[in-house]
Design a protein around this ligand. Structure first.
Ligand SMILES: [Zn+2]
Length: 185
C-alpha cells in the first residue's frame, strides 16, 4: 500500500470529520454522543473538525482513526476505502493505471520545456486564486475529470501550448511536441 501525505491530505479535504461522524451520531455545537462507549451525554468533542476526543472513554483521533476504529479496519484498508468512496486514485491505482490524464500531460509538458512543474505551480498559485491546493490535488488524484482550464490557460500564456495538446491521443503527444519545437526553431 503506497501512501503519501498529499494523498492523505486530499482524502481529508474530501471527508471533513463532522460529515463522517455525522453518519453515526447527531452533532450539536461540535459535540455528540460517543459511538464507542455509547455515552448518554454528548461526551465526544470535535476540535477544528479535525480531531475528536471523548471525555468519557478517552477515545481520540482524526478522521482516519475514527473510520478505522468504528469499522475495525487497518490503516491501509481505511485509506483505500476512503479513497474509493471519495473517487480518489490511490497511489497503487495511479501506478497500475494505463489511462493518460491531464496531470500526466502537464508533467510531460514541463519536462519538454525543461521546467520544474513545482515552480510553475508555486509561481501561479501565489497570485491566482484558482490554483488552490485542493484544485491541484484534484488534478493529481481525482477520478472525476476536474476543470483543467486554469492550468491550461497558464500554460498557453507562458508556453503557447495549444488546446490540441491536452486532447491529443497519448501516442501523438510526443509527435505534437516535436513538431511544435521544429516549428518554433
Ligand atoms: Zn466514548
Amino acid at each position: 500500500m503506497f501512501v503519501n501525505t498529499e494523498l492523505l491530505e486530499f482524502i481529508r479535504l474530501k471527508n471533513p470529520l463532522s460529515s463522517v461522524i455525522g453518519k453515526y451520531e447527531v452533532i450539536t455545537n461540535a459535540c455528540c454522543k460517543c459511538p464507542f462507549c455509547h455515552s448518554k451525554t454528548n461526551s465526544l468533542n470535535l476540535f477544528h473538525d479535525e480531531i475528536y476526543t471523548c471525555f468519557h472513554c478517552g477515545e481520540s483521533g482524526d478522521v482516519f482513526g475514527f473510520v478505522s476504529k468504528i469499522e475495525n479496519l487497518s490503516f491501509a484498508e481505511t485509506v483505500r476505502k476512503m479513497a474509493k468512496a471519495s473517487k480518489i486514485y490511490t497511489l497503487e491505482e495511479l501506478k497500475q493505471k494505463n489511462i493518460f490524464r491531464f496531470w500526466d500531460r502537464f508533467l510531460i509538458l514541463c519536462e519538454h520545456y525543461h521546467i520544474a512543474a513545482d515552480s510553475v505551480l508555486r509561481e501561479y498559485s501565489s497570485d491566482s486564486s484558482e490554483l488552490t491546493k485542493e484544485y491541484l490535488l484534484g488534478l493529481k488524484y481525482s477520478k472525476e475529470e476536474p476543470d483543467t482550464a486554469p492550468l491550461e490557460n497558464i500554460m498557453q500564456m507562458k508556453y503557447g501550448t495549444l488546446k490540441e495538446f491536452w486532447n491529443a491521443a497519448p501516442e501523438h503527444i510526443m509527435e505534437y511536441l516535436t513538431a511544435e519545437r521544429k516549428h518554433n526553431a
